[in-house]
Ligand binder design. Structure first.
Ligand code: V4E
Length: 279
């Protein structure tokens, strides 16, 4: 239950109207009636709730995150990593990929001393000045399937706090720093992002990132974003086909930057995560 998030909405509104499957639609709840509001949503917290802030005429979606062990419905990032050979840029050109941008950023990953986040496959990082959390879309499942991964990525601090406090089993603090987590990894990436031409009859954008980390490691990644779990399998097949077209297909999973950083700099942590089949 994420109280701070509920507060934000309730206190902003004069009347909070809620529509919910199984609830009478447009039930008006007067400002300040937090106990009743909470009780109602605790009982009906498994599907989407729409909260309408009547004074602002503003409609927002508050997804199932209010249930203690549920997930937000955010877009799913489906990715496949590869080792970028010397020919990969030529292959990208040959299939009509366009360089979208070149960026450089520092990622700092944070965790508890006993790696409770990473062991649950939750990855909290600060990319430059912005917090980001990646975690598997299905509760209790890993993000890695075969050589592809699927993760949700949330960037709103209140949502990140909810998720982290759930995983750590602690109350939500006022900000992310107050969890008191330590730095797990820190490195700079130079990224070149390419966009592949849209296929006929498909709206799915495919991007390829070529990353160079400052500790002397290079990795590539093909990525698509999908909206639902039903689309993940097709997306994984698409990534496999693209890797084959680019001549970078490898059957087994390719290590990412964090994994390699830990191998080189935090051997104990690396061993622990390998043994737990998280990386
Ligand atoms: C998810 C994850 C980690 C966090 C870093 O994620 P990654 O996609 O490798 O980083 P990056 O910089 O490409 O993020 P983006 O900019 O695309 O959001 S560290 C380990 N994992 C899990 C994991 C795994 N078990 N296996 C593989 C192949 N990748 C990631």
């Amino acid at each position: 239950m994420c109280e701070s998030f509920v507060h934000t909405y309730v206190l902003l509104s004069e009347h909070v109207k809620c529509c919910h499957i199984g609830l009478p639609t447009k039930t008006a709840m007067p400002r300040g009636n937090l106990p009743m509001f909470k009780e109602t949503f605790m009982r009906y917290s498994t599907t989407t709730i729409i909260i309408e802030i009547s004074r602002q005429g503003d409609q927002r979606h508050l997804e199932d995150e209010m249930a203690p062990s549920s997930h937000l419905s955010a877009p799913i990032e489906v990715e496949r990593k590869f080792i970028p050979g010397p020919e990969v840029e030529k292959s990208l050109n040959a299939i009509g990929a366009k360089l979208l941008k070149e960026i450089t950023f520092r990622d700092c990953y944070y965790d508890s001393p006993d790696l409770r986040l990473a062991l649950a496959d939750y990855w909290l990082r600060k990319r430059e000045d912005s917090w980001e959390l990646k975690y598997p879309p299905q509760i209790g499942a890993r993000g890695l399937t075969g050589a592809s991964t699927q993760y949700l990525e949330v960037t709103q601090e209140n949502q990140i706090i909810c998720k982290i406090s759930e995983v750590l089993g602690v109350p939500s603090p006022p900000n992310i720093e107050a969890f008191g987590l330590g730095e797990l990894a820190s490195f700079v990436t130079r990224r070149r992002r390419f966009q592949l031409p849209l296929e006929e009859s498909s709206k799915t954008k495919v991007v390829v990132d070529l990353d160079e980390a400052d500790f002397g490691f290079e990795v590539g990644e093909v990525e698509v974003i999908v909206e639902t779990q039903e689309e993940v399998q097709n997306a994984m097949q698409k990534l496999e086909d693209i890797c084959k077209k680019l001549g970078v297909f490898q059957e087994s999973a390719v290590q990412g930057k964090v994994s390699m950083f830990l191998k080189l700099n935090r051997a104990e942590h690396y061993k622990q995560l390998i043994e737990a089949h998280v990386i």
